[in-house]
Design a protein around this ligand. Structure first.
Ligand code: AKB
Length: 327
């Protein structure tokens, strides 16, 4: 069984991916690592955890060598809105860490998963049915790091034969861990606010279409791509993947099927609106479907039903626990 290291396991995708991969490969074969000292209890209790700073390439090298790692899921990155606040840090973290882990991969020889994003596209990219191969001139620093990261992975694959694979993820919606500072975060917050106060103030215009995906599909996509036969992959890296395309008005309508009194209003954030306007409305992910059988399970209404059921139950349990503490 392969030994897997997740770098950046404490983030939105990392938390759930670690648990998902431990169920497939066995708890002891999947090491969670993060700069944070404490992660979600399920991660800390469910298997090995190493506190590691992804910027410290010597420490990363030592961990990979000592643990005899066969696969690295590289998830240490900062998201679009936070990147815009500090472009220098965005470059250092999103590119610097990736560059050093690729160098280590060339020396110690392991397979890698490196996520890209819809952020790798820009204003001049076709917005509808955005092709796998197309113009990539992003206007956000996050997008610049994503395109550069895709190219760097391509280079290491072509020049040194490193088996590095990746997806262009859309906005990911999870019921467990909140995202941290992305442009698509509204699509998670909206469910929390709908359940807590039946209203949400959105920072994007109501008609802003973006690609999105429910977390179970994102986990399946990453693991399936990593298991696919190398000869089947025409692109190996940066595959477009999507599950649904919607705008804030549409997600609100889907929520109203469960919470009829829910209302949506707007306070537009010009920075995130500008980023969202430069991203595709809906990507063409036919290459992923043809090459390695990508097929999402959740559409918008299925996701809304699941999100609302899971969150409602979690909030109810929390209220119950708080009431017990007070009594
Ligand atoms: C973000 O909004 O920055 C991310 C992404 C789409 O890459 N969720």
């Amino acid at each position: 069984m392969d030994k897997i290291l997740i770098i950046g396991a404490g983030g939105q995708i990392g938390t759930e991916l670690t648990v998902y991969l431990r169920n497939i490969y066995g708890s002891n074969n999947v090491i969670a690592s993060d700069i944070r000292a404490t992660l979600h209890p399920e991660l800390m209790e469910g298997g090995p955890f190493i506190r590691m700073d992804a910027m410290d390439s010597r420490q990363v090298y030592q961990v990979i060598q000592k643990e005899k790692v066969d696969q690295v899921y590289f998830l240490a990155a900062i998201l679009s809105a936070v990147c815009e606040k500090n472009p220098e840090m965005a470059w250092d973290i999103n590119m610097g860490c990736l560059n050093s882990v690729l160098r280590i991969a060339n020396e110690l020889k392991f397979k890698m998963f490196v996520p890209s994003s819809i952020g790798a596209f820009g204003d001049s990219t076709p917005k509808r049915k955005t092709p796998q191969l197309t113009i990539q001139r992003p206007n956000s620093i996050y997008g610049v790091t994503k395109v550069a990261g895709e190219l760097l992975c391509d280079y290491y694959h072509a020049r040194y034969g490193i088996d590095v694979r990746g997806l262009r993820f859309p906005g990911i919606i999870s019921n467990l861990v909140p995202p941290g500072g992305g442009t698509t975060d509204y699509a998670v917050d909206i469910y929390h606010k709908a359940l807590r106060c039946q209203r949400y103030t959105c920072y994007l215009r109501g008609d802003t279409y973006l690609d999105m995906m429910y977390m179970p599909d994102a986990l399946k996509a990453a693991a399936t791509l990593m298991e696919a036969g190398h000869d089947k992959l025409r692109f190996h890296n940066a595959y477009n993947v999507s599950a649904m395309s919607f705008c804030p008005e549409m997600i609100a309508a889907s929520i109203r099927k469960h919470i009829p009194a829910f209302t949506l209003d707007f306070a537009i954030d010009p920075v995130r609106q500008c980023i969202a306007d430069s991203w595709p409305d809906s990507m063409d992910d036919s290459a992923a479907r043809e090459d390695w059988g990508w097929s999402p399970e959740y559409d918008l209404d299925m996701m809304s039903k699941d999100m609302i059921t899971v969150l409602r139950e979690r909030f109810r349990r929390k209220e119950h626990e708080e009431a017990e503490l007070l009594s």
